[in-house]
Design a protein around this ligand. Structure first.
Ligand SMILES: *Cc1c(COP(=O)(O)O)cnc(C)c1O
Length: 454
């Protein structure tokens, strides 16, 4: 094991060291990578060391430097050193993070990290935190908990009786909600036709007057309101301080999808964007985006522990350590057996400290502004109010924009994708990596402007 683990760690460390200068796009095409991994399953065993070498050789040309400082696609965080090492240990220790009976260490790490997270994000003390795979899972847990609560208050036991014959649950959400909200509604049997859409303002935040209109015009009865902190295109954050009291007038469960935007809470210069967040019932947040925890890491946070547990836990006679007065971690997630992903979050928070988290958020926002200003100075149209870490840039027209995106990806200095925003094509740049520097941004701006001219 010594040599094997040392080799794996050395390969990973060498790769990380190379990231600042590595071409961002994968070196090999899909077919070549598929061929390297493919072929029939051998019938005989292979020594572990040979397997690792084969994996390294096959994977290396197909790796995208998405953990590096000039990857601006989607909303992609890097991976902090201590958090990455903690994840390596989580694999080495191979703990089952179902509850404290299975792993006191995993339970204690998640409990400590949960407290740190709720404090840092400015959420109610004592909120429960499920350590889930990401924003999708966190939205599903939050909406499942809301489904339980609004139906229980209507006299319906959804866990026992399902949705057949249940009172209809309205789901009110902005037109700019993330696509994972819709998938959660599908998975939870509410269906996307339960959605009542609310208009958004120019930058993509919910129109609060329209929220009031939609809530008032619909029938009374169980209702879940989904708000958003951090639009994936523009970074816009819903005005929670105004919106949540309106939802309360209708006895709604309020879920906030703050996959990356909720981290604005940690930065004194940006926390006003998520003012009023503590008034909600549940929140989705990601570790693997702005906190720079390795994949996969998300947080399903709920202000009502008993409701959270009632909605997603299960029991069996052979299971000990769950249920009762103190929920186990498996009572807060959709998984049963689960790796101890909380170690990495604990390590990331410990490594940065609250000042460090704030500094990362602050710097990414400043760099997003710098990116936008640099492009604008080169005559590029910027499509959003850069309130957070997201930038939309347009090169002449739709075709010109797609051409620059494609050329930039191929050239390899940096990587960003495209999007359609308000019926036009835009390059979409997200600054979410703690390792990104001013020099990375300037180098990327220079490359993009050069490619846009040719
Ligand atoms: C990324 C994102 C999600 C989904 O999160 P995953 O971690 O990819 O599951 C949901 N909502 C918003 C606003 C996001 O940015």
């Amino acid at each position: 094991m010594d040599d094997l683990f040392a080799r794996a760690a050395a390969v990973a460390a060498a790769y990380r060291a190379e990231l600042p200068e590595r071409r961002v796009q994968a070196a090999a095409g899909d077919d070549a990578v598929r061929a390297a991994f493919g072929g029939p399953l051998p019938s005989t065993p292979t020594p572990a060391a040979d397997v690792v070498e084969a994996l390294v050789a096959a994977a290396e040309p197909g790796l995208v430097a998405s953990a590096g400082p000039r990857y601006f696609g989607f909303v992609t965080g890097g991976a902090l050193p201590a958090a990455s090492a903690a994840d390596i240990l989580a694999t080495g220790w191979d703990q089952n993070a179902f509850n404290a009976v299975l792993s006191p260490a995993a339970a204690a790490a998640e409990e400590a990290a949960a407290g740190w997270l709720t404090t840092l994000l400015g959420l109610p003390e004592g909120s429960t935190v499920g350590f889930v795979t990401g924003g999708q899972a966190a939205n599903t847990v939050g909406i499942a908990t809301g489904r339980h609560d609004v139906l229980a208050r209507a006299g319906w036991d959804v866990e026992r009786d399902g949705l057949h014959g249940a009172p209809r649950v309205r789901v009110v959400a902005g037109i700019e909600r993330h696509g994972t909200i819709d998938r959660s509604l599908r998975l939870l049997g509410l269906g996307t036709s339960a959605l009542e859409e609310v208009a958004a303002d120019a930058n993509g935040a919910i129109d609060v007057a329209d929220l009031r209109r939609v809530l008032t015009e619909g029938p009374p009865g169980p209702v879940i309101v989904c708000l958003q902190s951090g639009n994936v295109n523009t970074g816009a954050c819903d005005d929670l301080r105004s919106a949540i009291p309106i939802a309360r007038e209708h006895d709604a469960w309020v879920h906030v999808d703050g996959a990356f935007g909720l981290w604005a809470a940690s930065s004194p210069a940006h926390s006003h964007l998520v003012d009023g967040r503590e008034l909600a019932d549940s929140w989705a947040c990601d570790g693997h985006k702005w906190l720079n925890v390795p994949y996969d890491s998300g947080f399903a946070i709920c202000a009502h522990p008993t409701t959270h547990v009632a909605a997603v836990s299960y029991t069996a006679p052979y299971l000990v350590g769950s249920g009762g007065t103190r929920p186990g971690m498996g009572d807060l997630t959709l998984d049963s057996s689960r790796r101890a992903r909380g170690f990495a979050t604990w390590a990331a928070l410990r490594e940065l400290g609250s000042d460090g988290v704030a500094e990362v958020v602050q710097r990414c926002c400043t760099l997003a502004r710098r990116f936008a200003d640099g492009l604008a100075a080169g005559g590029v149209e910027i499509g959003n109010d850069v309130v957070l870490n997201q930038v939309l840039a347009r090169f002449r027209d739709d075709a010109g924009t797609d051409a620059v995106i494609e050329a930039a990806q191929r050239e390899g200095t940096c990587w960003f994708g495209g999007t359609t925003w308000r019926e036009r094509r835009w390059a979409r740049i997200s600054i979410s990596n703690a390792a990104t520097t001013e020099a990375d941004v300037d180098r990327s701006v220079e490359a993009v402007l050069r490619l846009a001219r040719t």
